[in-house]
Write a protein that binds this ligand. Structure first.
Ligand SMILES: NC(=O)c1ccc[n+]([C@@H]2O[C@H](COP(=O)([O-])OP(=O)(O)OC[C@H]3O[C@@H](n4cnc5c(N)ncnc54)[C@H](OP(=O)(O)O)[C@@H]3O)[C@@H](O)[C@H]2O)c1
Length: 320
């Protein structure tokens, strides 16, 4: 079969499928992958991205375990493609990357949003699920992204973490271990150590320096944050940042007491800023989308408090 490609000056040329594929791969679209988009903040992030009047058209892969088409309104020429992806399943990650890299030379931006929170039913099994989804799944997605053969300088990773990630809530020895992590193996060791300590009971967990009560969600987000710092140091050509979306009216947000004040789109703003916006230190009233700006990496962005629907300001997580 031959496809038709329209070019300026009313010319039409006929192309073989292989040539057409080659041209499509070289297109100037910015290719973005978002995880956990069938509901919640992932849906909000995808909506904000899809509605951009972009300098470069956005091809957004909205991924979820079910691949659900949520019918997000899209500003042409942006495009949303729905796809299945379970971040806890390495074969799912591998086949997803293979599928996308058949269609594009590289993925430019990865937004790791998918996560679980089991704090209301904490036990060793749920703690392991939380840690290996929120930290392990994010780690595996980052590794797949960073090992793309044609990754471009300036590629970006955004890890959606939480204001519950503060390092100061841990005992001094653990803080030193977090601060001293320089490799993924070091971070894996922290994750395993937490799960071992908590499996001996809440007292053992607390005396080991992890803090009282259900901690797996908080620990998973601290692990995500140190992952962000370590990857930013290891990959100076890639911009790796993390953010807190604030308190958002999603299924997870409603686990807290009261009504979360932020909409899904407001919750998606800081992640969108870190994906296609200003990476300077200050707050930006509109996220500085598409602005040429500073290029900070390894930072944590959040708003003044969890109810403010802003675009975030930069912090050094290691100092929090
Ligand atoms: N809501 C808040 O107030 C708040 C505050 C701070 C941080 N956050 C962070 O914001 C992000 C989004 O949270 P949310 O509030 O939107 O949560 P949510 O409403 O519970 O949605 C979580 C999303 O993650 C997906 N997911 C879970 N496990 C997955 C897996 N193994 N593979 C792929 N997708 C998976 C879920 O898909 P399924 O439908 O398949 O389960 C769902 O789409 C999370 O990283 C969360 O920690 C949220």
């Amino acid at each position: 079969m031959v496809s038709r490609l329209h070019i300026p000056h009313n010319c039409t040329i006929n192309l073989k499928p292989t040539a057409l594929k080659q041209i499509q791969k070289m297109s100037d679209n910015l290719v973005i992958v978002v995880t956990g988009t069938n509901r919640g903040i992932g849906k909000g992030i995808t909506t904000v991205l899809a509605q951009q009047n972009s300098k470069r058209p956005l091809t957004i892969y909205a991924t979820s375990r079910t691949g659900t088409d949520t019918g997000i309104d899209t500003n042409s020429p942006n495009e949303v493609r729905y796809s299945t992806l379970d971040i806890t399943d390495r074969s799912s990650i591998q086949s997803f990357f293979q599928q996308v890299l058949k269609e594009h030379s590289a993925i430019d931006i990865l937004i790791n949003n998918a996560a679980v929170s089991n704090d209301y039913r904490e036990n060793p099994e749920y703690a392991a699920q939380t840690v290996w989804t929120n930290y392990g799944g994010t780690r595996d997605m980052c590794e797949a992204f960073l090992s793309q053969p044609n990754i471009r300088p300036g590629a970006r990773i955004v890890n959606v973490t939480s204001g519950y990630n503060a390092l100061s809530t841990y005992g001094p020895e653990l803080q030193t271990q977090f601060r001293g992590a320089t490799t993924i193996t070091d971070i894996d060791a922290l994750a395993k150590r937490y799960l071992e300590d908590m499996s001996s009971g809440l007292d053992a967990q607390q005396s080991a320096g992890w803090g009282p009560g259900a901690r797996s969600y908080k620990v998973s987000k601290a692990l995500n944050s140190i992952l962000t710092v370590v990857l930013a140091r290891q990959h100076p050509d890639v911009l790796v940042n993390c953010c807190c979306p604030g308190w958002v009216n999603s299924d997870m947000g409603r686990q807290g007491k009261g009504t979360p004040p932020k909409t899904l789109e407001e919750g998606g703003r800081t992640a969108v800023r870190l994906a296609i916006g200003d990476l300077g230190p200050g707050g930006d009233e509109d996220g500085g989308l598409w602005k040429e700006s500073d290029k900070l990496s390894g930072r944590f962005y959040e708003n003044k408090n969890i109810i403010v629907p802003g675009w975030g300001t930069s912090k050094l997580w290691l100092e929090l």
